[in-house]
Design a protein around this ligand. Structure first.
Ligand code: ZN
Length: 448
């Protein structure tokens, strides 16, 4: 039997069974074995030994990224987004079906996305499909072509080519998804509740917050639960911000409804009370809410009611963010954080007494499970050798000039964060260099 291609020794290796000293043995891009720290000899020159302040983490999996290419690649693109991901310790992204043109609502559009990504990605990239009114007939073809699931909106998405579904449309997509055995991802804000709220206007964040009340998320989550229960489909609530919806999720799961939920770094790390007037780089939908709400989201993560933390990296050109001169009603909603997600979450997590095992569960294993990526997100024999060297006690101040995102506007500018990503491997190959080593991924057939 051929020897290993690479052996990595670390005093702290974060595995599903806990953190321990180990040697990780890599063959053909896959984790072949995990042995005692000193046990395995690597080939000459192919043994990496981590410093004592470094931890070996599984490569993170970010299942909520808007790459926007083709069609809006002046917003973000595959090369820049995946370069940022690799620099931030994220080795797999799953791209959202909007705001690219065309949106990924049929197999032909998925093929166009794959072709746009080919040859220029630094991390592995999978693709969610999407459904808009009248597009349910395309779902079997989209599923067969390897889309990981189906995203839908219940409120205006912000782009005209991706309109929302009503309750009947949601039920019909859910029924189709149940037949196919795929997951439906929902942007859960209720259009009626938001229409009844005072519209956002001006530079004050309070006006924007009142325009997207927690009640809109609660009503939409209730509708998703109802549709999932009626159809037996598996549903996933995207970017949960309103802690008021947690009770519904808990009760639904107790009743056997197949529903999961994610939240995002900005809902955990930022608070409405701290958003300066006119600072539209903080605008996203649903909105960042009050600090007390964020505390409840942390509690739900600790209890496993929220399954994972993903970026919802959703950039746009700075002129769209600045539209209206700091008017929260006019600015584009979306926060860029792909490269910063891990240190942002770790900085807060450690203060709240959480470990890197928790962070790996929320940002690697959890999202991989939701996307059905069985070979990603864990340091375990048989999984891809997607690995990150992370120095949890080192720190840095966020300098937008050092971000690889196409646009560098970020609400984290100038913040001091804990945790530095020092190196990233993708399937055993260095991912932080200039050579794009990523691949396009398709939904894995069951039973891998
Ligand atoms: Zn999104």
């Amino acid at each position: 039997m051929a020897g290993p291609d690479l052996v990595i020794r670390a005093r702290r290796v974060v595995t599903p069974g806990g953190t321990r000293p180990a040697a990780v043995v890599i063959r053909d891009g896959t984790i072949a074995a995990i042995g005692p720290y000193d046990a395995v000899a690597g080939p000459a020159g192919e043994t990496a030994i981590l410093a004592d302040d470094e931890v070996l983490l599984p490569g993170l999996v970010d299942t909520h990224v808007h790459v926007n290419e083709p069609g809006r690649d002046h917003w973000e693109g595959f090369a820049s987004a995946t370069r940022a991901a690799a620099a931030g310790g994220i080795t797999t992204i799953v791209d959202m079906p909007l705001n690219s043109i065309p949106p990924t609502t049929n197999a032909g559009a998925l093929r166009i996305k794959r072709e746009a990504a080919a040859g220029q990605v630094h991390v592995d990239v999978g693709f969610w499909g999407g459904a808009v009114p009248g597009s349910a007939v395309w779902l079997p073809g989209l599923h067969a072509a390897g889309a990981f699931g189906v995203k839908v909106f219940l409120i205006d998405s912000g782009v005209p080519e991706f309109p929302p579904l009503d309750q009947a449309g949601l039920a019909s997509v859910m029924a189709r998804a149940a037949e196919l055995g795929t997951v439906v991802l929902v942007h859960a804000e209720d259009a009626g509740v938001v229409a009844g709220a005072p519209p956002a206007a001006g530079p004050g964040y309070g006006s924007f917050l009142r325009s997207r009340p927690a009640a809109a998320e609660v009503a939409a989550v209730a509708a998703v639960i109802e549709a999932a229960q009626a159809t037996g489909a598996r549903a996933h609530v995207l970017h949960l911000s309103a802690a008021d919806a947690l009770g519904l999720l808990t009760a639904a799961r107790r009743d056997g409804v197949r529903i999961t939920a994610e939240t995002c770094p900005h809902y955990l790390a930022l608070a409405a009370e701290d958003v300066p007037d006119g600072a539209t780089e903080f605008k996203c939908c649903p909105p960042i809410r009050e600090r007390a709400n964020s505390d409840r989201l942390w509690q739900a993560l600790a209890e496993g009611i929220i399954d994972c933390v993903v970026s919802d990296h959703s950039p746009c050109p700075p002129e769209l963010k600045a539209r209206g001169g700091g008017d929260f009603g006019a600015a584009w909603g979306g926060i860029s954080s792909l490269q910063l997600a891990l240190p942002v979450v770790w900085t807060q997590a450690r203060r709240r007494g959480h470990s890197l095992d928790d962070v790996a569960r929320w940002m690697a294993a959890g999202p991989a499970r939701i996307a059905g990526l069985d070979g990603k997100g864990r340091i375990e024999p048989g999984c891809d050798a997607d690995l990150v060297v992370f120095a949890p006690d080192d720190g840095f101040t966020v300098d937008p000039a050092r971000l690889y995102h196409r646009h560098r506007l970020t609400p984290y500018a100038g913040q001091r964060l804990d945790g530095v990503v020092r190196w990233t491997w993708l399937r055993g190959e260095p991912a932080c260099g200039s050579r794009p080593v990523g691949r396009g991924l398709a939904r894995e057939a069951a039973g891998r």
